[in-house]
Design a binder for this molecule. Sequence first.
Ligand code: 48H
Length: 262
Amino acid sequence: MDEMDISKIIIEDFTKNFLDSLNLDVAVIGAGPSGMMCAYRLVQSGFKVAVFERHLRAGGGMPGGGMMFNTIVIQKDVLNIFEELGISVRKYNEQLYAAGSIETVSALCYKAVRLGAKIFNLMSVEDIVVRENKICGVVINWSSVVWSKLHVDPLAVKSEFIVDATGHDAEICRIVERKIGQKLITPTGSVAGEKSMWAEEGEKQIVDNTKEVYPGLFVCGMAANAIFGSPRMGAIFGGMFLSGEKAAYIIKKKLEKRGKNV
Ligand code: 48H
């Protein structure tokens, strides 16, 4: 066994994956529950999808459960998804169930990756590519470069659609607001900012808020509530799964219309 072989395998394997992801059907930004669910449904339909995740691990806010108690709460409306993913749940009452946050993240990521989703962790999306008033790609850099504020120019990846699944900060929508002006398809054209906690309303509104908010840009998960000024909901996650699923469904219809039938 030669150490050089280990290096060569890693560099070649990663590079092949990376090169293969320069022209995507969908780039998802953020590997939290909504982004991963969106990616999972899209690869199930055969589309080419990569997820760019700033942090070392996938899962976003889910592994931390509620205040680091690593249990999440889900509603009965998503039991079918949990069953499909093989995640065990424990009934609490007619409406609410408990699940392990680590088991849930692991199952979702495993299923998505096995079907072909690529996850690029430790990469941050720092900008978007725009052509004739349509977003058609993302600008990426190593998170370590961004964090250490090094002046290193980024690379770009092309994509038919991009999905802002960046959670509370709605980072991609904020980039649009900052660089394109108040052109988001929201009541004010800009990011309203999330409201204080109201679990039931937050969960109800998140699915409605999941949509295309600028040509080529979809928003799902907590970012959707953030841009439409809807409440947060605490450590209940059913809405994240339904929101990711809805974004995938609309994108799939749009890709199919463009003849991207797979
Ligand atoms: C690359 C980025 C960038 C960037 C951010 O926060 P998340 O888990 O997002 P959701 O919407 O899938 O789930 C929300 C849920 O976890 C949550 O926070 C809830 C239910 N809160 C309720 C409450 O009341 O607090 O994941 C977003 C991911 C994270 O992993 C970020 O690191 C990543 O996106 N990310 N990745 N480039 N520019 N910005």
